[in-house]
Design a protein around this ligand. Sequence first.
Ligand SMILES: Nc1ncnc2c1ncn2[C@@H]1O[C@H](COP(=O)(O)OP(=O)(O)OP(=O)(O)O)[C@@H](O)[C@H]1O
Ligand SMILES: [Mg+2]
Length: 511
Amino acid sequence: MNETTNVIEMRHIVKDFNGFKANDDINLTLKQGEILALLGENGAGKSTLMSILSGLMMPTAGEIKVRGQEVAVKNPTVAKDLGIGMVHQHFMLMDSFTVLENIILGHEPSHGPKLDFTKAKQEIEALSDCYNLNVDPLKKVSEITVAQQQRVEILKILYRGADIMIFDEPTAVLTPQEITEFIQILKELAAEGKSIILITHKLEEIKRTADEVTVIRAGQSVGTFKVKEVSDNRLAELMVGRHVNMQLDKPSTELGQTMLKVDKLKVKNRQAVWALKGLSFDLRGGEILGVAGIDGNGQDELVRALTGLQHVDSGHVIIADQDMTNQNVRKITSSGVAHIPADRQKYGLILPFSVAANLSLQTYYQAPFSKYNVMHHEVINKFADDLIDQYDIRTKGSAEPVGDLSGGNQQKVIIARELSRDSNLIIAFQPTRGLDVGAIEYIHQQLLLERAKGKAILLVSYELDEIMQLSDRIIVLHDGTISGEVKPEETSDEELGLLMTGFKKEGTTLA
Ligand SMILES: Nc1ncnc2c1ncn2[C@@H]1O[C@H](COP(=O)(O)OP(=O)(O)OP(=O)(O)O)[C@@H](O)[C@H]1O
Ligand SMILES: [Mg+2]
């Protein structure tokens, strides 16, 4: 095959869900050995299109050619036989199995009637070495990090012979350092002749990684562009259909009273190891305090301890002058704490419930949603319709199960619910994970509006850009302690990077 061979051609793809066209005449071409980015706003139809290519669903209309041959990708086995493998956004690994067992599951090599583990282990090690994946086949999946789990997913499709590889938002769960390593892996795979489709909302990643980018909007093709020839602004405009302001305007605000005081907080994690080792800081109304740090340095435990999801071993959490240490979730939320959790499907939503039910999940038992213990569905539905409008949640209606929404639109449901609630303190953990640039702009503006209203906002994020743009002050978490406190206008990515790896800032006054 020469360099310009098309390995995939998708033509006029249509996918109709009961009259709603998630894909409405989309074209996509993938060339041998290239990295093609697939870009589109939340709900544009990217995951749907890739599910069709990997045999998870059949298109309503359209044609797919693989290496020039027209094919019907009826199921994932057909896709596998065609050399197509997909790494899904939510990993599909068994926690209690080893890496090796996960990789060979369903494709076990045998030696007579017996499983040939030795052969499998050798093959996996060879693949892991070849692409620098650094995975130990004998570790249990529950013992390895998210980034390593992702490498297991990559090994899984390599082991099954994939040379056309699809990644659906692979970097949403990775830290900046892990993203750099992941991009390196993608480039090595492409250099070896693999052809890759990469879904990401991060324009900067597309710039670093892809040769071409195919843009879709509202289920339709917008076009395919050479990455070198198109600017970030133009890409943002193409995908959302309007100008996106990537620079935020952050007016100064007056600081109010202390809304959150964390005092010598000590918390053990699930493995009974100290995750927070005596953390102290405070946060006032009208202020955004950014918490920066590499994933796994106590962020999870901090947010869980503040919201009542985790037992505090010692120290105090004072919210608006009330001691809320080890109080239950309902008491904390109803006292005026909004919480945008990092894992939207686990803690933020009830997937089979409707959009309306999810939007009133924290308030359905209060007036005006309920009276004398009877729920008022008209009020709940009207409230939902207003939020759907205001936050541009792409849904077929407030009665649709929230699980049918695209990933980014599920996130918008949580944000709409939490920001529309009466609160003094907003705890936002990775609030824009998986959102497109247009939605990020909107959410950032909303957070600034809440700040202008005098609310206190704790922003925990792995996105340094987000922390730098929004925060008034930044604390850096390292190994359960604060390695430094800085102001965004007085620091740099380099200084933050050093603090994140544990270099203490001189003159730090915090415990
Ligand atoms: N199984 C389904 N039933 C009904 N509607 C669906 C189903 N799957 C997806 N949709 C709808 O199709 C549209 C496209 O969804 P898709 O998941 O492809 O978007 P996406 O581009 O991947 O968005 P995101 O960036 O938010 O992940 C959405 O409006 C979604 O609600
Ligand atoms: Mg998607």
